[in-house]
Design a protein around this ligand. Structure first.
Ligand SMILES: Cc1cc2nc3c(=O)[nH]c(=O)nc-3n(C[C@H](O)[C@H](O)[C@H](O)COP(=O)(O)OP(=O)(O)OC[C@H]3O[C@@H](n4cnc5c(N)ncnc54)[C@H](O)[C@@H]3O)c2cc1C
Length: 451
């Protein structure tokens, strides 16, 4: 019987969102999930908080374990099974059972690829040392935590100042380590404009992190499989452990000869239904590219928000419904100790490369009424199209209560709102929550003067 066996590769956010949706819609459908690790449906986003011990056990990060999927949902989850090849002509995949060290072919009627991404690892001798860690899977988080517990490192060097590097810096500071960040560009967080990144760089230094900006990783000094020094373009830094926070790339090498079309950064090209160019092959999550709703270009954004949504849409369509994932505007938040950082939409450099004329304004305000206790600083930067006043992007940095204001801007971007539309929004106010004019509206009021 055709369209009977659904095979899913990857058992985390996207894969298991899809599997669960199909199970709800098709109670008798045969669903097999191949997952190369021991875990399913865990929150990679929670790893820094497990390492900082805010979350006490790695088990708390697991939403549903393989046994629950098998016993309660009748989803045949096969952990420790690595998929090595996809044969889209014969509709089968080559699988390695890692425990038995046996390979076999599994046929499918429909296939969903949800293999996520992997941390960039520099191609430098020593990158695989026993004290060097990428941060992507739950296993990598457990390895880092175990290393800190057992080896009691005093110094850590994080390569890369993106949001994962910053979240790991917070975790390691809380664990009492001296933390250094080596960052190739002048400011951390290249998902922000440099002027906003500079505020985050200052915040990091205020927290006691040593930030080595405009320095490039060149080599490691390794003794007995342990990195003892990180050598940059400017100096050598002694360390007890190294964390790679250099961004991520989609896990798609194993499909390179399958005929499945790849796009930006080798992420899988999909349509709005999450179908690939090959019939009966679907893809979702961090292994796929995303349509940016503001630039109308395809981009690579690796976020749990999108993995859950695209997994749900793929599952819905695989089960025979008609669901659409329209795209995204690149909304993200992160926290570094008391600082909150948020962004959505396009940056100045994106707009320049797209040839879009734009204006920007940055305001400083407070998270609560100025007289209300514990009011914190908040900085909001907006970017808008010069002639129309259409919002093109927003960035927010502040302390408690700052970051989630980005959701107003994300909503505005998704619906192509102008600065006037934002000013007209009936946002809530009471002294403990905001000034009378919410800071995002204050920023819109300033920027509209330049339109
Ligand atoms: C430290 C950290 C913090 C994060 N914080 C946030 C956050 O705050 N907010 C946010 O939105 N996002 C965050 N993310 C990103 C978010 O975790 C990912 O976007 C999300 O997990 C992607 O889900 P996915 O299912 O597409 O891929 P993954 O979660 O990567 O899952 C893919 C699965 O496929 C398996 N797999 C891969 N290749 C194969 C193969 N060949 N055969 C079998 N199995 C395979 C992997 O083992 C993995 O379990 C964070 C990520 C990290 C690492």
């Amino acid at each position: 019987m055709t369209n009977n066996i659904l095979v899913i590769i990857g058992g985390d956010a996207a894969g298991m969102s899809a599997a669960s949706k199909v199970r709800r819609e098709q109670p008798n459908r045969k669903i097999i999930v191949f997952e190369k690790s021991n875990y399913t449906s865990y929150s990679a986003c929670g790893i820094p908080y497990f390492i900082s011990e805010k979350v006490k056990s790695a088990d708390e990060l697991i939403v549903r374990d393989p046994e629950t999927f098998r016993n309660k949902y009748n989803i045949d989850v096969k952990t420790m099974h690595l998929v090595k090849e996809v044969d889209t002509v014969s509709k089968r995949i080559k699988v390695l059972n890692k425990e038995k060290k046996e390979e076999f072919w599994q046929e499918y009627d429909q296939l969903l690829i949800a293999t996520g991404g992997k941390a960039y690892c520099p191609d430098i001798e020593g990158h695989d040392a026993d004290n060097a860690f990428g941060v992507t899977t739950l296993k990598s988080g457990i390895n880092i935590e175990r290393f800190i517990e057992e080896k009691k490192p005093k110094n850590a060097v994080i390569i890369g100042g993106g949001y994962i590097g910053l979240e790991m810096a917070e975790a390691l500071l809380i664990r009492g380590l001296n933390v250094s960040i080596v960052n190739r560009s002048e400011q951390v967080m290249n998902t922000l404009d440099p002027d906003m990144g500079a505020i985050v760089s200052d915040a990091i230094c205020n927290l006691g992190v040593k930030l080595y900006a405009e320095e490039e990783l060149k080599a490691f000094k390794v003794t007995d499989k342990i990195i003892t020094e990180v050598i940059t373009s400017k100096q050598s830094i002694k360390t007890d452990m190294v964390i790679f926070g250099m961004g991520s790339a989609p896990n798609t090498e194993f499909i390179k000869n399958s005929g499945i079309e790849l796009g930006v950064k080798n992420a899988i090209k999909v349509n709005a239904q999450m179908q690939t160019n090959i019939k009966d092959v679907w893809a979702a999550g961090d292994c796929t590219e995303t349509l940016h709703l503001t630039s109308h270009k395809h981009v690579y954004i690796a976020l749990g928000t999108l993995a859950n949504k695209t997994g749900l849409v793929a599952g819905s369509n695989i089960a025979g419904n008609k669901a659409i994932f329209p795209g995204a505007v690149g909304t993200a938040v992160c926290k570094l100790c008391s600082y909150e950082v948020a962004r959505t939409g396009l940056l100045e450099k994106d707009l320049k490369s797209l040839g879009i004329e734009f204006v920007t304004a940055t305001i400083k305000s407070k998270t609560r009424a100025h007289y209300y206790p514990d009011s914190k600083d908040i900085t909001v930067k907006l970017l808008a199209e010069k002639n129309s006043g259409r919002l093109l992007g927003g960035q927010i940095i502040g302390e408690e209560g700052a970051a989630k204001r980005i959701d107003v801007l994300a909503t505005a971007l998704t619906h192509n709102l102008t600065l006037q539309n934002i000013i007209d929004l009936d946002l809530s106010y009471a002294p403990p929550f905001s000034p009378v004019w919410d800071p995002v509206q204050t920023a819109a009021r300033k920027l509209i003067n330049y339109i």
